[in-house]
Design a protein around this ligand. Structure first.
Ligand SMILES: Nc1ncnc2c1ncn2[C@@H]1O[C@H](COP(=O)(O)OP(=O)(O)O)[C@@H](O)[C@H]1O
Ligand SMILES: O=P(O)(O)O[C@H]1O[C@H](CO)[C@@H](O[C@H]2O[C@H](CO)[C@@H](O)[C@H](O)[C@H]2O)[C@H](O)[C@H]1O
Length: 466
């Protein structure tokens, strides 16, 4: 049984003075730091909540800080800062630094998510729907959370940070946060209401309620931030990326799984279309969409020189779509996953495919991520992912990707009643847009992987070559 704890909720004057020089060094080194490549020039505090006072053996602070990087207010990050006299060796990888100034002088601060006690404190707060400082915990009254579940931090490369509790729940704490409705909570809640079994239903969630606008990136700005979501942990589930690589290494066929994944995607799309508003994209909206794709391509070509020679040919994928719209073609749009790839698909121990991580592409503005879009966008993401897997194999196996891509589209068509391949212009535009995104993503986060999306760019730029 978890030890009960009273969360302090105090604010701490001067806290940032203690942390600033250490965070400047530490923050840019984190996998989830979104502003890679530009130095952090300073911080401003959006909110600080003391959970456990620093005078106790373990101090714990919840922080929302903006990291300035050049002009503009900078991105806002969620940090859970632990404070101890000294770190035990098991917490060495969590070290942020030794404080030399301000109220925490002489103490050691660390990323508290590496430690069990802070994670227990968070779970207990969610379980009891605690309200402390600006933090608000809410939960689904229909799901039980047993007290005292043992936490374990996930160690994989992530855009956010996750903790598993007793193999029963997983808590994802968002790292770069923006005010407004977050699709990572909004869509799973809507799907749960719709009774869709393909997505784990949110059990509890954490928000910061700042009451007034604090500068965000879109129309949804309302001073309320979604900070984390607790959901059932699918014990024994395997992620699609690892499964695909395993089958590739063995030279095994993956088309049955690809087909099942296509069906699962179509079912989730069906439920989203029932749960949330849809739209028709006419000439104007399609033009806007094409403009966005073209702008992203231009920005990507600026940022990644290897993309430049392909830009004119890639642009034709977008102009072809604009031409169809000019002839009067329209498309149905609805809420979609927004960043679907094999790593977002979990195959449960009973063999069912489940989709996770509805945050959308983290780098895009929230308002854009929440806009209705053609479902082909997710299909394109998955098609790209089969290609990624095949090109990560040694030697690359384009035939494997080709077979999986076809099987995925067939599975999708079976469940949706419409085959994404029936609209090749739309599909090519979205696949191109996704490959361009991936080029930028890899250049920024994993330069060694850049050849993978670039090989697709090469093919997409010359679609008629064999
Ligand atoms: N409900 C779940 N059950 C089991 N594992 C999960 C679940 N949700 C997420 N995971 C694991 O956690 C990892 C990170 O989750 P994800 O939502 O993709 O976070 P991020 O946005 O940080 O990438 C996933 O790749 C998956 O392995
Ligand atoms: O899962 P995230 O929300 O963090 O998504 C980001 O990271 C992904 C990589 O971890 C990245 O996906 C790309 O690499 C995958 C293999 O690692 C591949 O399956 C995907 O098809 C490819 O796009 C994703 O784009 C990015 O947003």
């Amino acid at each position: 049984m978890a030890e009960t704890v009273t969360l302090s909720g105090k604010t701490v004057p001067g806290l940032l003075a203690s942390l600033d020089p250490l965070l400047r060094e530490w923050l840019p080194r984190q996998r989830w730091f979104a502003g890679k490549g530009r130095p952090v020039t300073g911080f401003s505090l959006v909110a600080a909540t003391e959970l456990l006072p620093a005078e106790s053996r373990l101090g714990l602070y919840h922080l929302l800080v903006r990291a300035r990087q050049g002009p503009g207010p900078g991105d806002c990050y969620q940090l859970l800062i632990g404070v101890r006299e000294a770190l035990p060796p098991r917490l060495a990888p969590a070290l942020i630094g030794h404080v030399a100034q301000g109220p925490l002088t002489g103490r050691t601060v660390f990323d508290a998510l590496y430690d069990a006690r802070p994670a227990e404190v968070l779970l207990e707060a969610l379980r009891t729907e605690a309200r402390v400082g600006v933090l608000r915990c809410e939960r689904d009254p229909g799901q039980e959370i047993r007290p005292g579940l043992v936490p374990r931090r996930l160690t994989g490369e992530q855009s956010n940070s996750s903790v598993v509790f007793g193999d029963t729940f997983i808590l994802k704490l968002l790292r770069r946060v923006v005010p407004g409705v977050n699709p990572d909570l909004e869509l799973p809640l809507a799907l749960a209401r719709e009774g869709c079994p393909r997505v784990p239903p949110p059990t509890a969630w954490l928000r910061a309620d700042l009451g007034e606008s604090h500068g965000g990136d879109g129309q949804d700005e309302d001073g309320s931030y979604v900070l984390g979501v607790l959901q059932p942990y699918l014990q024994g589930a395997a992620d699609g990326w690892e499964l695909a690589l395993r089958e590739l290494a063995k030279g095994e066929d993956f088309t049955a799984e690809a087909r099942a994944l296509g069906r699962a995607t179509a079912e989730v799309h069906g439920a989203l279309a029932r749960a949330l508003p849809t739209a028709t994209l006419g000439h104007g909206q399609t033009g806007h969409m094409v403009e966005g794709m073209t702008e992203r391509l231009d920005a990507a070509a600026q940022a990644v020189p290897a993309l430049r020679p392909y830009a004119p040919a890639l642009r034709t994928a977008f102009t072809a779509l604009a031409d169809l719209a000019a002839e009067g073609r329209t498309w149905t749009a609805q809420r979609v996953h927004g960043d679907l790839h094999l790593g977002q698909c979990l195959r449960t121990s009973s063999g069912e495919w489940t989709l996770i991580d509805f945050e959308g592409e983290p780098a895009r503005p929230l308002a854009e991520r929440r806009m209705p879009q053609p479902t082909v966008r997710d299909v394109a993401g998955m098609l790209r992912s089969f290609d990624y897997a095949a090109h990560s194999a040694d030697p690359p196996d384009p035939g494997w990707a080709h077979a999986c891509r076809a099987a995925y589209c067939s599975g999708y068509a079976e469940a949706a009643g419409a085959d994404p391949r029936a609209d090749p212009v739309l599909l090519r535009a979205y696949e191109t847009d996704k490959a361009v995104y991936e080029v930028v993503y890899e250049a920024r986060h994993r330069p060694d992987w850049l050849p993978v999306p670039l090989s697709a760019i090469h093919r997409l730029a010359a679609p008629d070559l064999p």
